[in-house]
Structures are given as structure tokens and as C-alpha cells.
Ligand binder design. Structure first.
Ligand SMILES: Cc1cc2nc3c(=O)[nH]c(=O)nc-3n(C[C@H](O)[C@H](O)[C@H](O)COP(=O)(O)OP(=O)(O)OC[C@H]3O[C@@H](n4cnc5c(N)ncnc54)[C@H](O)[C@@H]3O)c2cc1C
Length: 414
């Protein structure tokens, strides 16, 4: 009989690696993870991780590995444009990467090459007993026609890239993390939709720049002439948002497998993340158009009040990742209409909170003390125990009651 897995992941770029890394922290999942390339990304591609994603990577205990590379931390953006008064270019403004109203411990973009990120994930997976199987691809998959072994309903055919080896396995889930030209998507006949057929010409240089340009250490947006460094065709957001997609999906898959969720509720993943993707694509189209269509020497296309600079600032909640919010669904509560940035909102990160740890009186960042391990945590700010202890006892009784979500749920197959 074919070997059985919980999940087959096709593609070991950032998204596939994140899914494996999350799942291995949540349970003893049996993962088959393949990639067609002989190794991780060597040149080009992503180089920026935004603050919200860094928060998540911190809770996975991967931030330390990122910081060990001593990455660039971009706290500021400089706007430059053609000088109206003479030859050359001049700085027209500066802005914080993340405006002050964003509640974060990481108010910067972290600049680290995609290949290094992939490598640190590969090291993490290896420590947890998973090695990516290279150079393999997926030939096809089908539902088990005879209905045998309903726990592993998918039959997946794999083939080595040189065509000399073949393997057929069974799985509960199949995940396509095989990038923009996804073979898994083709097999599923899911069409690739694009927002805007407008073609803008971009180029990305991967190299070492020697220059006396004064803003070489910050993110520079240069109008009217070629940009030294600008956002990528997708505003440099694909990897950073892809990590959050995989994180959400891993959490939901685990809740199904652990018996907390009905499988049908997995569709909440699509409702939540598709909305985020749609907003990002919308922003990208606007941003790319603004970037590419401004008129040379029209004077200060990047002036502080220009449409471009305003769009850049207004969208910083989205580009930092902190503006993500999920719609109401079977699992999420409606957001309060309050503009209070410390309010809890589905999809957003936990507000920052510095608290004193009772056991050793250390001040700690509460939101960073939550390992991503599948457990639910309840933090109670109980004030004076003399006056609140009775309420705490009632609360504890409620948590243990059969009607509570925390009462033991018999898990199917667990
Ligand atoms: C020039 C450039 C700059 C960018 N800059 C940024 C940035 O600064 N920040 C940011 O967040 N994003 C950036 N991005 C986007 C980012 O690179 C992508 O969003 C990210 O790589 C997507 O990750 P992924 O894992 O989905 O796909 P990929 O990184 O494309 O990985 C897919 C993996 O699947 C494998 N694969 C493909 N097909 C098969 C198959 N049939 N069988 C088996 N394996 C397969 C590939 O070998 C690869 O390892 C940039 C992109 C480009 C092109």
C-alpha cells in the first residue's frame, strides 16, 4: 500500500517552508515536502520582511536566526526628485517607514535576501526532522476511487525532475506552494486572474552598490529617473504576506486535525486571506500606476503633498501588515468601530503590552511571550485579587463547564 502522509507540500519557497515550520510546531504531522530545484534561491527575489510578519516569525522563534545575519533595518523612506532649479536630483522629503500610529515593536522593514530566509527555515525543519526532497515534482493527483482509507483520500503521483524515479503516495491534504506558475493550480484548473493588464517596465538589481549618495542606508523612492531601490512589481509584499497566509492555514488545519473545528470551516481561510490579497493587489495597481505615470520634470512629483507620497503614507498600515483585518465569519467576532489602535480585532496582531512577570519581576513584552504551539492562552488583568478573586473563580468554573469552548472535545481519529 502507498505510504500515507498528513500533507504533501509542493514547493519549498518561503510559503511552503513557512507552512511546514508552522505545522511542525503544532503537532506531530507527517509531511512530504518536495521541490523541483536542487537548492534554495541563490539570487534576486524578495529582500524585505515587514513588521507584522516579523512579529509572527518571532513567535515561531525564528527572529533570532534572521537577526544573526545582521540585516538592514529600514526605519525611514527618502523621497528624491529631479531638481527644478538646476541639474541633478534633490531630496524632497523624508518619512518614517511606519508612522507613529502603528502600534509595533518592529517599526521597520528588515532587509534580508530570500535565499537566506529559505536557508534558516531549512535549518529549522532539519532540526525538527524534515528534509526537503529535491529534485521532485508532482505529476498528478486524484481522489482515491475505491474509497479505501478515507482518512487519506488523495492519491498523489510524484516524479523526479530527470524522470528516472516515480512514487505514489496518499495524503489528507495537498498544498501548492509552487509559486506564480503553479503546477498544482493548473492541475486544479484554477485560473490565474490578474488585476491590471497595464505593463510597466521594472528592473531589480541584485548587487553591491558603491556610492556617496547620502541616503544609501534607507529606502529611497526616486522620481523621474531610474530608482536605486524601489518596491518590486508587487510592492515588495509577496513573501511577507505569503508567510501570513501559510501561518493562518497551518493554524486552521491544526484546529481541524485536533478536533476543534469542523472541516467545512476551513473555508474561513479563503474568506480571510482572499480579502487581504484583494486589498494588496488593489494597492499594488494604484501604487504601480502612480509610480510609473508621474511626469518627469513636472516639478516635485514626490513633494510632501503629492498624490504619490500621500498614497505611500496612507497605505503604510497595509504595507506594514498591521492593517490586515478579517471579515465576520463563523469564527470571528465583528470588529468594534472604535478607532482605538489597542482594541482587539480579528486578523490584527495583539496590541503591544509591557507587563511585569510575577515570578522574577522582569518587565516583558507580553505579545512576544506567546509561542506558536497550538495552545490557547487567556490573559487576565485581574487588578487587586482581594476584590476580583470571586469573579476569577466564577470565570474558572465557566471554562470547565461543558458549554465552554475549552471543555474537552472528542477529536475524530485522535
Ligand atoms: C524581483 C523580486 C523582488 C521581490 N521583493 C520582495 C520583497 O522585498 N518582499 C516580499 O515580501 N516579496 C518580494 N517579492 C515577492 C516574493 O519573492 C514572492 O512573493 C515569494 O517568493 C513567493 O513565495 P512562494 O513560496 O509562494 O513562491 P516561490 O518563492 O516562487 O517558491 C516556489 C517554490 O516552488 C518550487 N516549484 C515551482 N514549481 C514546482 C513544481 N512543479 N514542482 C515542485 N516544486 C516547484 C520552486 O522551485 C520554488 O522553490 C519579490 C519578487 C521578485 C520577483
Amino acid at each position: 500500500m502507498a505510504e500515507c502522509y498528513d500533507i504533501v507540500i509542493v514547493g519549498a519557497g518561503p510559503v511552503g517552508l513557512m507552512l511546514s515550520a508552522c505545522l511542525l510546531r503544532l503537532g506531530p504531522y507527517k509531511i512530504k515536502h518536495i521541490d523541483q530545484r536542487p537548492g534554495p534561491t541563490e539570487t534576486g527575489r524578495a529582500s524585505g520582511i515587514q513588521g507584522r510578519t516579523l512579529d509572527v516569525l518571532q513567535n515561531l522563534d525564528l527572529k533570532r536566526a534572521i537577526m544573526s545575519y545582521n540585516p538592514g533595518l529600514i526605519y525611514e523612506v527618502a523621497f528624491w526628485d529631479v531638481s527644478k532649479d538646476g541639474p541633478g536630483i534633490r531630496r524632497t522629503g523624508m518619512a518614517k517607514s511606519y508612522p507613529d500610529y502603528i502600534d509595533t515593536r518592529h517599526p521597520f522593514s528588515t532587509i534580508i535576501h530570500q535565499g537566506r530566509i529559505e536557508k534558516l527555515f531549512l535549518d529549522d525543519l532539519r532540526e525538527r526532522g524534515i528534509a526537503i526532497e529535491r529534485t521532485w515534482t508532482i505529476a498528478g493527483f486524484r481522489r482515491n476511487p475505491c474509497g479505501e482509507d478515507p482518512g487519506h483520500p488523495l492519491v498523489v503521483d510524484l516524479v523526479s525532475i530527470d524522470g528516472t524515479k516515480k512514487s505514489t503516495i496518499r495524503t489528507k491534504y495537498l498544498f501548492g506552494a509552487d509559486g506564480a506558475r503553479s503546477r498544482v493550480r493548473d492541475l486544479l484548473r484554477v485560473p490565474m486572474l490578474s488585476k491590471d493588464p497595464t505593463i510597466h517596465v521594472w528592473s531589480v538589481i541584485d548587487g553591491v552598490v558603491k556610492s556617496d549618495f547620502p541616503d544609501i542606508q534607507v529606502h529611497v523612492l526616486l522620481g523621474s529617473v531610474e530608482a536605486y531601490h524601489t518596491h518590486s512589481p508587487k510592492a515588495g509584499q509577496g513573501m511577507t504576506y505569503g508567510f501570513l497566509d501559510a501561518h493562518n492555514l497551518a493554524w486552521n488545519l491544526h484546529r481541524v486535525e485536533a478536533g476543534f473545528l469542523r472541516r467545512s470551516l476551513l473555508k474561513t481561510y479563503e474568506g480571510e486571506r482572499k480579502l487581504v490579497a484583494a486589498k494588496l493587489i488593489e494597492f499594488d495597481a494604484t501604487y504601480a500606476n502612480l509610480f510609473s505615470s508621474h511626469q518627469p520634470v513636472s516639478g516635485n512629483s514626490f513633494a510632501p503633498n503629492s498624490e504619490f507620497v500621500q498614497a505611500f503614507k496612507q497605505n503604510s498600515l497595509l504595507t506594514s501588515g498591521y492593517g490586515v483585518e478579517y471579515p465576520v465569519n463563523s469564527l470571528t467576532w465583528p470588529s468594534t468601530t472604535s478607532t482605538n489602535t489597542t482594541a482587539l480585532r480579528p486578523g490584527r496582531s495583539l496590541p503591544t503590552a509591557t507587563v511585569t512577570r510575577v515570578i522574577d519581576a522582569h518587565p516583558v513584552y507580553l505579545e512576544q511571550e506567546i509561542p506558536f504551539n497550538g495552545s490557547y492562552r487567556i490573559y487576565i488583568f485581574a487588578g487587586n485579587p482581594v476584590t476580583t478573586s470571586q469573579a476569577l473563580f466564577y470565570f474558572a468554573d465557566h471554562l470547565q463547564a461543558k458549554s465552554s469552548i475549552f471543555s474537552p472535545i472528542p477529536a475524530k481519529g485522535h
